[in-house]
Design a protein around this ligand. Structure first.
Ligand SMILES: *Cc1c(COP(=O)(O)O)cnc(C)c1O
Length: 386
């Protein structure tokens, strides 16, 4: 065997022995709610399609019309010929939604953070990162070569202490957090972070992948307490509540101009396909005109947390912490046997010993199915609790 295959085989064996092997399972999503797997129809409680817009007739029609008119792919980087007018329209709309001067659309949310962070800070700079942020923020921080210091989850006191002790030693400072935490469903204290950032000349970056379209009246985590937090770097994705694909940053005009000129994941990667932009635009029309729709995923999640006697959900995401990876896999399997699809989340996505079922609620989940899910969870003795 060549050493490459030996390496792969050894790694796979080690992962499997710890219940950490991941495999892709073919899943056909036939609407915004159900999944067909191995010929069985399952009700999904793990898609991030919070408003079920990926299958909304208006969103699909917009994508179809764009494909028909402009083709399937963008043809080149946005700086060459891939800058379709739909992308510029989308940027204007995103900036307006987020109360920012300007926006930049990327190929994906992951590409956005992997590119934005190294474009703004470098090896003489400081990044303060919440311990539970998404993988793409760690990737961006690593690529930037800045000194990266982790703060305890949502702990403003710890952020203040780190700013006092370390800020003075660095030219620039970025503070990075998820707006809504992807595996825990709680919100960042965005107003508090914004105040600390302003006080210490730090630049606050929020990753609002799970905020836009579902919290803050659909405008995201900068808008949750009924007033806008000053967040100079609001990043997000078009791939979750908007039901499409792609990432974005909303910021001031000079910051966006710099990002468009200097971000490697934008400059050296092909532009977003026009159909993805058209779908996102149609989704924004729906989000901006239907506050009742936008409020529904959190309401559904709160029905669940009430029935489970858990603290009220802050977002459409509710974790049920199980413990070991093996137990989480077993729990997911038991739910699948009942017709519910809830993927087990294991390390390194979450910390050792906190493997969990991560449930996501969408506008279209029938209350009766949420009630049946909680009955099944009770019967299986899966009560969660942090
Ligand atoms: C999903 C996710 C991303 C990545 O977005 P994609 O558009 O799927 O690449 C970034 N940040 C967070 C918090 C996410 O949950």
């Amino acid at each position: 065997m060549i050493s490459l295959d030996e390496f792969a085989t050894g790694k796979l064996r080690s992962l499997a022995s710890r219940d950490l092997l991941r495999t892709l399972r073919t899943s056909e999503r036939e609407d915004g709610l159900t999944i067909v797997r191995d010929g069985r129809r399952l009700l999904s409680f793990c898609c991030n399609d919070y408003l079920n817009l990926s299958h909304h007739p208006a969103v699909k029609a917009a994508a179809q019309a764009a494909v028909e008119r402009y083709g399937a792919g963008a043809g080149a980087s946005r700086l060459v010929t891939g800058n379709h007018p739909l992308l510029e329209r989308l940027e204007v709309r995103l900036a307006a939604l987020k109360g920012a001067e300007a926006a930049c659309v990327f190929g994906s949310g992951y590409l956005a953070n992997a590119g934005i962070i190294p474009a703004l800070v470098g090896d003489t700079d400081l990044i303060l990162v919440d311990e539970l942020v998404h993988s793409c923020i760690w990737t961006g921080a690593k690529l930037s070569a800045a000194t990266t210091v982790v703060f305890r989850h949502n702990d403003l006191g710890h952020v203040a202490e780190l700013l006092r002790s370390r800020r003075g030693k660095h030219a620039r400072c970025l503070i990075a957090t998820d707006g809504v935490f992807s595996m825990d469903g709680d919100l960042a204290p965005v107003h508090g972070l914004a105040a600390l950032a302003a006080e210490h000349d730090g630049w606050l970056l929020t990753d609002d992948a799970h905020g836009v379209g579902v919290v803050g009246g659909g405008r995201g985590s900068s808008f949750v307490e009924g007033r806008k937090a000053e967040v100079p770097l609001q990043m997000g994705t078009l791939s979750k509540a908007l039901g499409s694909y792609g990432g974005y940053l909303c910021a001031s005009r000079p910051v966006i101009d710099l990002i468009k000129s200097r971000t490697r994941t934008l400059v050296y990667s092909t532009g977003l396909p026009p159909a993805s932009a058209a779908a996102a635009l149609a989704a924004l029309d729906l989000i901006e005109s239907a506050p009742e729709l936008v409020a529904r995923p959190v309401r559904k999640a709160r029905l669940f947390t009430r029935l489970m006697t858990l603290p009220p959900a802050e977002s459409p995401i509710v974790p049920l912490i199980i413990g070991s990876a093996a137990a989480a896999l077993e729990a997911a399997q038991a739910l699948e046997a009942e017709g519910f699809l809830v993927t087990a989340i294991r390390p390194p996505t979450v910390a050792e010993g906190t493997s969990r079922l991560r449930l996501t609620f969408t506008a279209g989940h029938p209350d009766a199915e949420i009630e049946r899910l909680t009955a099944v969870l009770h019967r299986l003795g899966l009560r969660g609790g942090r």
